[in-house]
Design a protein around this ligand. Structure first.
Ligand SMILES: Cc1ncc(C[n+]2csc(CCOP(=O)(O)OP(=O)(O)O)c2C)c(N)n1
Length: 276
């Protein structure tokens, strides 16, 4: 269990990451605000608490792997990687600019720390299976984490991968669903209901936990438990709020793929406090 001090440190990192995300999106003038903000605590917990990784050696063979299957939340990954030390934070302000390595979706060939190129929804878990299986074949204790969206659960490939993970007992794989309840053009319930999600993953042979995806204690605890589960893959259903942290963006479908204007950024920064 993480102590109080560690939780406070992670909350501060998450706050600063949110500020970076909003500034870079505003500068770019386009991009995905809601689904980046909902994933902040999950990605922060992985990079600043759970995963074994070294920003100075992005290709270190013993590292754990993170796959952002919901690749449109790239700003959250970029802001986290920069803060962890993979590349200078100033580069965040080049998001989506011509010639920048920080494009709208993650590119493994250009951005240090990005493990796979994503953006076409539904593919991350299959890639996670491959990475986790190859680690097992190589006799490494690497763990692989795959973050998906809840709208993404509507992709057929997710369930092909789900079957594969349990069939091959891939227990060094941990999936996480950022369950913010919204997708590109409405609520998941109305567009293509994915409920009951916990039962679905259990029926596919996974160990499943449902948590508050903004609560560091619950996130870290669930990640720790997943590590102890042997013989089957683990899934964490993280209940989140799309646009989390800024009142004008929270639970608003509109901010799925819209960047903050100057006025909206000002409101956001007044709510989030001083950056660094
Ligand atoms: C295969 C595929 N189809 C469509 C899209 C366009 N698209 C981008 S984001 C998105 C909605 C995703 O919703 P969700 O998974 O719930 O993401 P979140 O709400 O966390 O941002 C869609 C349909 C895509 N990127 N890939």
């Amino acid at each position: 269990m993480p102590g109080k001090e560690k939780i406070i440190r992670l909350q501060e990192i998450a706050r600063l990451i949110r500020i970076d995300i909003l500034k870079m999106l505003n500068r770019a003038g386009s991009g995905h605000t809601g689904g980046s903000l909902s994933a902040v605590e999950i990605i922060t917990a992985l990079y600043f608490s759970k995963m074994r990784h070294d920003p100075k050696q992005p290709h270190w063979e013993e590292r754990d792997r993170f796959i952002l299957s919901k690749g449109h939340a790239a700003p959250a990954l970029y802001a986290t990687l920069a803060r962890a030390g993979y590349f200078p934070r100033e580069e965040l302000m080049t998001l989506r600019k011509l010639g920048s390595h920080l494009q709208g979706h993650p590119d493994m060939k250009t951005t240090p720390g990005v493990e796979v190129s994503t953006g076409s929804l539904g593919q991350g878990l299959s890639m996670g299976n491959g990475m986790a299986l190859s680690a097992r074949i190589d006799g490494k204790d690497t763990r692989v984490y795959v973050l998906m969206g809840d709208g993404e659960q509507q992709e057929g490939q997710v369930w092909e991968a789900a079957m594969t993970s349990s069939h091959y007992k891939i227990d060094n794989l941990c999936g996480i669903v950022d369950r913010n309840g919204l997708q590109i053009d409405g609520s998941t319930k109305e567009i293509m209901n994915i409920d009951p999600l916990v039962n679905k993953w259990e029926a596919f042979g996974w160990h499943v936990t449902a948590i508050d995806g903004h609560n560091f204690k619950e996130i870290i605890n669930a990640l720790d438990v997943a590590e102890t589960v042997k013989g089957l893959p683990s899934m964490i259903i993280a209940n989140t709020v799309k646009g989390k942290g800024v009142s004008i963006f929270e639970n608003k479908v509109k901010y799925h793929g819209v960047a903050p204007t100057d006025e909206e950024l000002e409101i956001a920064l007044s709510e989030l406090g001083e950056g660094d």
